[in-house]
Design a protein around this ligand. Structure first.
Ligand code: C2E
Ligand code: CA
Ligand code: CA
Ligand code: CA
Length: 281
């Protein structure tokens, strides 16, 4: 019997099995995370050409009571698969807008934007636009203070629906960014066909630039920036880790900068402390 048991066990790849088991446990726990208030937002600043804070990106954090902080790369794909991302995404949007409203309410707060990542499943929900508009209205923020970050893969899954929703959101004054630009095959094609306000150059390009400012990365980044500017879009470089990268991208004409070199994602308190005056521009 023992030998048979062993042979059965050998039938499974132990690594695969533990990944599946872990995934299943995470999925169960994820279902409770919202009601148990285990989610929070980290904010990472985006700076302008003078180094001033011009915006923040809201990044979801899951503070698990036992596991500690679970990285988004681990739980967001699960939430996308089982549909929980819709509810979680609503929470992120409402929380980010509520925070921006607090900042806007302070006299010295300038016109910063808060950027929110939107997943494909969430974006393609029939009532997505109405929901966003309602959240913006209820929070009382300027609609242009919200920037939704979407990716090429979501555009790919339904171009017509994407265009329709982008037009509707823009009609309300809400901004839209193309995130992770350059990582897919069709980024360039979509940029000219869809009305984005902002393009975020993916950190994989940014990190190839700087130290050896030559070769393909340099040409690609310059091409992206020129094209985006010609289309009337602003350009954000993400994943800036060194002063060289910052300088290089400044010289190439980027408008905004984001990365560990300028500030790591942190809670509201940490973000405000890192700024001389609370969110002054
Ligand atoms: P993303 O939208 O590309 O966000 C940027 C990621 O790069 C963040 O990772 C951020 O912490 C990290 N980062 C920032 N500066 C640097 C840097 O200088 N160097 C490096 N190596 N990394 C940097 P994070 O917070 O782990 O998020 C990972 C991904 O999870 C995000 O990638 C986004 O796709 C997704 N995500 C995060 N929050 C949300 C959310 O609220 N909703 C949805 N749908 N997705 C989210
Ligand atoms: Ca993003
Ligand atoms: Ca990105
Ligand atoms: Ca991403």
């Amino acid at each position: 019997a023992k030998a048979a048991g062993r042979s059965v066990i050998r039938f499974y790849d132990p690594n695969t099995q533990s990944i599946l088991a872990q995934r299943f446990r995470l999925e169960v726990e994820l279902r409770h995370a919202l009601e148990r208030e285990e989610f929070s937002l980290a904010f990472q600043k985006q700076v302008g050409l003078k180094g001033q804070c011009v915006g923040v990106e809201a990044l979801l954090r899951w503070n698990h009571p036992v596991r500690g902080e679970v990285p988004p790369s681990q739980f967001i794909p699960i939430a996308e698969d089982n549909g929980l991302i819709v509810e979680i995404g609503d929470w992120v949007l409402a929380s980010a807008c509520r925070q921006l409203a607090l900042w806007e309410g302070r006299s010295q707060a300038g016109k910063i934007t808060v950027s929110v990542n939107v997943s494909s499943r969430q974006f393609h929900q029939a009532d997505f636009v109405e929901k966003v508009v309602r959240i913006v209205d209820e929070s009382g923020i300027r609609p242009a203070g919200l920037c939704l970050e979407i990716t090429e893969s979501m555009v790919l899954s339904d171009l017509d629906d994407t265009l329709r929703k982008m037009m509707a959101l823009r009609a309300h004054g809400i901004q839209i960014a193309m995130d992770d630009f350059g990582t897919g095959f069709s980024s360039m094609a979509y940029l000219s066909r869809l009305p984005f306000d902002e393009v975020k150059i993916d950190k994989s390009f940014v990190q190839q630039s700087g130290e050896h400012a030559s070769g393909n990365a340099w040409i690609i980044i310059e091409t992206i920036i020129n094209m985006a500017h010609n289309l009337g879009m602003r350009v954000v470089a993400e994943g800036i880790e060194t002063s060289q990268q910052h300088e290089f991208l400044t010289n190439l004409g980027c408008d905004r900068f984001q990365g560990f070199h300028l500030g790591r994602p942190g809670n509201v308190q940490a973000l405000e402390q890192s700024l001389d005056v609370a969110l002054a521009t």
